[in-house]
Design a protein around this ligand. Structure first.
Ligand code: TNX
Length: 512
C-alpha cells in the first residue's frame, strides 16, 4: 500500500509573474560553457566571434525551423533578417547535409563570417538552433526590440542525445490550460531539446478533449476543475493546433486518457458507464483511487474503443497513453482483464501506461512509465518492457522545492534543483537493464497549479535539469558545472518573462 497524500484544504497560491520583456541586466556575451543541456563536444575558437547585424539573413533546408529562428531574431534585434533562397556566404545556414551521429544529431559551426548548422534530419537542425539561441546574448530571446550587439562565440559543437525519449507532462485535467498556455510551455520546453509533451487529458476532475461519439464527456465532464475553478476542453481543431505547434518544435504530443481509475468525469457524464447505472456527481476535490470504469460491461469497451479511435485519428504520433495508475477501486483481476482488453483497442498506436500496467499483461511493445519513489520495483525491473523514467522523488515537478514553496505537494518528497539533477536514469531502478530505459519524463500534476506563472515556477529550473539527464551523456554529469550553466539561463528567463524559482543552490547573475 502506498502512502498517499490528502490535501485537506488547498492553498491555491499564484506566484507573482516576473516583469516580462525587460533587457537582460547582464549583457555579457554567452559562451560555449553556458549551454543546457551540455553538448557532447564543444570546442570554442578563441578570438573568433560572429556578429548578427542588419544584413544577416537565414537560409534553411527546413523552412519551419528557419522561419522560427528568423522571427525570433527579428523580434529581438529589430533587423530585417530575411529568408535567403540559397545559403548566404555571410549569414546563417541550416543544412540537411549530415552530421556525425544519429537521427537527432547536429553540428554547429560558428566562424567570423558565417554560422552553419548541419544535420541528418529536421530534428537535428531544430536542436542546433536551440543551441545557437543559447550562444546569443539573453536579450536575443526578448519579445521586444533590444539594443544589441549580437555576438555569437566562434567554434564547433557536435552533439546528439543520450535518449530518444525526453518528455514533459502537463496535467490539463485537474486544472484546464487553454491552447495559448500549452503553446507557451511548448516554447519553453523545446528550448531544452525536450521532444515529447504528454498531455494528461482526463481525470476525476475533468475531461478535456471533445469526443464526437460521446459528446457529454467534454460538455459536462469538462465543465469542472479542482477547487471549483473553471473547466474547459479542447475542440478537435484546437488539439490539432497544439499538435502542429508542437511538431514545428520537434515535439511529439502523447495524449493520455486515464483508465480504468481516474474516470469520475466520464462516469458522471454517462450513467450507463457505471455498473449500477447511476452517474456519480462531478468531482472537484483531490482524492485519488475512488473511481473505476465498469469492467464487466460490454459498453465499457465500446466506449474505450470509440474514444481511443477518435484520439488515434487526430494524433499523428505513434503513442497513446492509457494511464492505468492508482486503480484502487478496481480489483486486481478486473484490472488485468480491463487493461489487457484496452491495450487491444489502441488503433495501431503503441501503448504507454503508468508502471502499474505491469500488473496486467503488457503487450511486448507496451511501455511502462515508472513513477515510484523507490529504487526497487522488481515487477517493473523484470517486466522485460521498455521503461520511461519518471521517479516521483526526482522528476515530479508538482513537488515543493522546500517546505515554504507556496505551490505543490510533498507526498513524493521535497525536490530541490540538485535532487532533480543528481540521479542516473540508467541505474536508478535496481535490476532494470539500462537497455530497457527509453528516456526520462518530468510530469507536472496540477492540483495546486492554475496559471502559466504557476507552471513556470514549478518547471524552472527543474525541467532543464531533467532535460539534461535525457540529452547529455552520463560522462558529462557534474552538479557544479551544471549550476553555472543553469545560472546562465536566469537572464534568458528574465527576458522571456518566465516566472522561475530562484533556487539558492544557484548563483543567479545579479538582476536576473
Ligand atoms: C499521483 S503518479 C498521481 C496523480 C496525482 C499525483 C500528484 C500518478 C501516476 N498518479 O494522480 O496527480 O500523484 O502528485
Amino acid at each position: 500500500m502506498r502512502i498517499r497524500f490528502a490535501i485537506v484544504s488547498l492553498a491555491l497560491v499564484t506566484c507573482g509573474i516576473s516583469a516580462p520583456a525587460q533587457a537582460a541586466p547582464a549583457q555579457a556575451a554567452s559562451s560555449f560553457a553556458s549551454v543546457v543541456p551540455v553538448p557532447v563536444s564543444a570546442a570554442p575558437t578563441s578570438g573568433v566571434t560572429y556578429q548578427i547585424t542588419a544584413s544577416t539573413s537565414v537560409y534553411s533546408d527546413v523552412p519551419t525551423t528557419g522561419n522560427l529562428l528568423a522571427q525570433q531574431l527579428r523580434r529581438a534585434t529589430g533587423y530585417p533578417v530575411p529568408i535567403a533562397s540559397t545559403p548566404p556566404a555571410d549569414g546563417i545556414s541550416l543544412r540537411l547535409t549530415g552530421a556525425p551521429g544519429g537521427e537527432e544529431a547536429y553540428q554547429l559551426d560558428v566562424t567570423a563570417s558565417a554560422i552553419t548548422v548541419s544535420a541528418n534530419q529536421p530534428a537535428g537542425l531544430f536542436y542546433g538552433v536551440q543551441t545557437l539561441r543559447q550562444l546569443l546574448p539573453p536579450a536575443a530571446d526578448s519579445p521586444t526590440v533590444q539594443p544589441g550587439p549580437w555576438p555569437v562565440p566562434g567554434g564547433r559543437i557536435v552533439d546528439q542525445p543520450r535518449y530518444a525519449y525526453r518528455g514533459a507532462m502537463l496535467d490539463v485535467a485537474r486544472h484546464f490550460f487553454p491552447v495559448a498556455a500549452v503553446e507557451r510551455y511548448l516554447d519553453q520546453i523545446s528550448l531544452y531539446k525536450i521532444n515529447v509533451l504528454h498531455l494528461h487529458l482526463s481525470d476525476d476532475q475533468g475531461w478535456r478533449i471533445v469526443i464526437d461519439s460521446w459528446p457529454r464527456l467534454a460538455t459536462y465532464g469538462g465543465s469542472t476543475a479542482v477547487g471549483g475553478d473553471p473547466g474547459g476542453s479542447y475542440t478537435k481543431a484546437q488539439y490539432q493546433e497544439i499538435v502542429a505547434y508542437a511538431a514545428a518544435r520537434n515535439v511529439t504530443i502523447i495524449p493520455e486518457i486515464d483508465m480504468p481509475g481516474h474516470t469520475n468525469a466520464a462516469l458522471a457524464s454517462y450513467a450507463d458507464l457505471n455498473c449500477d447505472g447511476v452517474a456519480p456527481p462531478l468531482y472537484t476535490g483531490t482524492d485519488v483511487g475512488f473511481s473505476s470504469l465498469c469492467v464487466s460491461k460490454e459498453l465499457t469497451y465500446t466506449f474505450v474503443d470509440q474514444v481511443l479511435g477518435e484520439l488515434a485519428a487526430m494524433t499523428p504520433g505513434p503513442y497513446l497513453h492509457l494511464g492505468g495508475d492508482e486503480a484502487s477501486s478496481t480489483s486486481a483481476t478486473d484490472y488485468r482483464t480491463f487493461m489487457n482488453r484496452a491495450q487491444d483497442l489502441a488503433h495501431g498506436k503503441t501503448v504507454i501506461g503508468w508502471h502499474d500496467i505491469v500488473n496486467a499483461t503488457p503487450l511486448p511493445a507496451t511501455i511502462a512509465q515508472y513513477w515510484g519513489t523507490s529504487t526497487r520495483n522488481t515487477a517493473v525491473a523484470n517486466a522485460g518492457r521498455k521503461v520511461i523514467m519518471s521517479p516521483a522523488s526526482r522528476t515530479y515537478l508538482d513537488m515543493k522545492y522546500n517546505r515554504k514553496t507556496p505551490l505543490g505537494q510533498t507526498w513524493a518528497g521535497i525536490i530541490e534543483v540538485r535532487d532533480a539533477y543528481n540521479w542516473n536514469p540508467a541505474t536508478f531502478l535496481s535490476g532494470l537493464p539500462a537497455s530497457q530505459v527509453m528516456g526520462v519524463e518530468a510530469p507536472l500534476w496540477t492540483e495546486t497549479i492554475r496559471t502559466s506563472a504557476d507552471i513556470e515556477y514549478m518547471a524552472f529550473p527543474r525541467l532543464p535539469a531533467i532535460a539534461e539527464l535525457g540529452w547529455s551523456p552520463q560522462s558529462t554529469h557534474d552538479w557544479t558545472a551544471f549550476t553555472s550553466r543553469l545560472a546562465a539561463q536566469g537572464p534568458r528567463w528574465h527576458v522571456m518573462g518566465v516566472n522561475y524559482y530562484h533556487s539558492t543552490q544557484i548563483s543567479w547573475p545579479a538582476g536576473s
